[in-house]
Write a protein that binds this ligand. Structure first.
Ligand SMILES: Cc1cc2nc3c(=O)[nH]c(=O)nc-3n(C[C@H](O)[C@H](O)[C@H](O)COP(=O)(O)OP(=O)(O)OC[C@H]3O[C@@H](n4cnc5c(N)ncnc54)[C@H](O)[C@@H]3O)c2cc1C
Length: 414
């Protein structure tokens, strides 16, 4: 029986494991390794940071449960072995994976699905002083900072306005800033402050936000941010970060209550340590059109940890969950093809579609290159995308229960 090991249980790794187990039932042993016991549903992390919770939840369990999907629920009855462990090294010459704590695993086929991690672009202070925004823990930490800032302000220990400085006006920074404004309105009302008690500032290094989206979409997004009171500072490359301020390359210093970093990601640093793994100068794995690691017949790679140039556009595809999921599907079918001596399929990236929530029940969704919608209809479409994803990885009852839990929690600040 062939041994397939999937490294990382993100969007791509899970899809690949589920599909391999289904296609190769009885012919392969599928194992997935992740450092966490749960899969993080990153598209809703901004909702955790900005959740309005009148009830006490000191360990943030309710918040965590809304975005952390246990692997035991995903893999129950699916013939997949799940190992919770930190992968400390991989030796591809002898097909060995070493786990922190000493465990070892060998494989016939391995899939690198380790995602990306925050990058600081060598800006001093980013890792030391800024809140990161990549994991469930990061989102909970930011949520706690928002709540404690308001509590401190009530007791006179924190000057008003409370000001969150968000570096990076990409999709993540935008959705976070917008939703923080919504939550802050509720918190201001609860604590007897007016709307000016909180502000969110978004820093963008370039002359405009989201340079790759259409002008009409950008205007719509900017108008919504302005309506909500988010301050967008363009041409504002950050030079230095402290816990209560950012210094810009222009020489200006902007003071605030907290600094949040959403500006950049890099490939998982573990990959650099894998001797013989072909990686780009950005540390991403080089794959062929079938998502096989270059010059290897037993290694595959997918998602945010690979460099994949779309043959149509000649551009690298961005790190997005739906690309990782599609790549997970193709990888599973190509591993199956190799085991069954059939020919492999090339991965063809989907059209460029995305959704950006901008506060409350307002989402701008680009459905295809010529079709987009915004507002409440966009919000409904986004709900549909979320529930479809939950249904694709969980049994019906669990998927609907998670969707309902999220809906109830996330609309509290809308
Ligand atoms: C805040 C935020 C919001 C986002 N919103 C959206 C969105 O709305 N829509 C969208 O399409 N995309 C969104 N993305 C991007 C999306 O999350 C990624 O593109 C997607 O997660 C990539 O999937 P992946 O399978 O490659 O890796 P990931 O989902 O990152 O999974 C990698 C897994 O590997 C595990 N891992 C890493 N290193 C180790 C190790 N050494 N040992 C053990 N386990 C390890 C991690 O725990 C993780 O579970 C968002 C990202 C962030 C951070």
């Amino acid at each position: 029986m062939k041994k397939i090991v999937i490294l990382g249980g993100g969007f791509g790794g899970i899809r690949c494991a589920l599909d391999c187990a289904k296609k190769l039932r009885g012919k392969a042993k599928v194992t997935l390794i992740d450092r966490n016991a749960y899969h993080s549903f990153t598209p809703a992390l901004y909702e955790i940071a900005s959740a309005y919770q009148p009830d006490d939840d000191p360990f943030a369990l309710e918040l965590r449960r809304a975005v952390a999907v246990p692997y035991k629920d995903i893999f129950k009855g699916k013939n997949i072995d799940f190992i919770q462990a930190e992968i400390s090294s991989v030796d591809i010459r002898v097909s060995h994976i070493v786990l922190a704590g000493g465990g070892k695993l060998d494989f016939d086929y391995a899939v690198f699905a380790l995602g990306a991690q925050a990058a600081d672009f060598d800006i001093p202070g980013v890792y030391d002083y800024a809140y990161q925004f990549k994991t469930t823990d990061d989102a909970v930490a930011l949520h706690n900072k928002l709540e404690t800032s308001f509590r401190d302000a009530v007791q006179g220990r924190m000057p008003l306005p409370i000001k969150f400085l968000i570096i990076g006006a990409g999709f993540t920074g935008i959705e976070l800033a917008a939703e923080l404004m919504m939550c802050a309105r509720k918190l201001s009302r609860r604590h007897g402050f007016n709307r000016r008690a909180f502000s969110a500032v978004l820093f963008e290094a370039g002359p405009e936000i989201l340079p790759t989206v259409k002008e009409v979409e950008r205007k719509k997004i900017m108008a919504r941010l302005t309506d909500l009171g988010v301050v967008v500072m363009t041409n504002s490359a950050v030079e230095n970060v402290l816990s209560d301020s950012v210094k810009l390359k222009t020489g200006q210093t902007v003071a605030g209550t907290a600094v949040v970093w959403t500006a950049g990601v890099q490939a998982n640093r573990l990959l650099e340590t894998v001797h013989g793994l072909p990686v780009t100068d950005k540390g991403k794995i080089m794959v062929d059109e079938n998502l096989r690691v270059q010059n290897s017949d037993k290694l595959f790679a997918l998602g945010d940890c690979v460099e994949f140039v779309d043959p149509k556009t000649q551009k690298s595809i961005p790190g997005l969950a739906y690309h990782a999921i599609d790549q997970g599907k193709i990888t599973a079918s190509n591993i199956t093809a190799v085991i069954q001596n059939r020919s492999s399929h090339a991965y063809k990236p989907h059209v460029n579609s995305w959704a950006v929530p901008i506060g409350g029940k307002f989402v701008l969704v680009q459905i295809s290159s010529s079709l987009w919608v915004s507002g409440f209809l966009g919000w409904l479409i986004r709900l549909w995308i979320d529930v479809r994803y939950f249904l694709s990885i969980l049994p019906l009852k669990k998927a609907l229960a998670l969707f309902k839990k999220d809906l109830v929690l996330f609309v509290k600040n809308d």
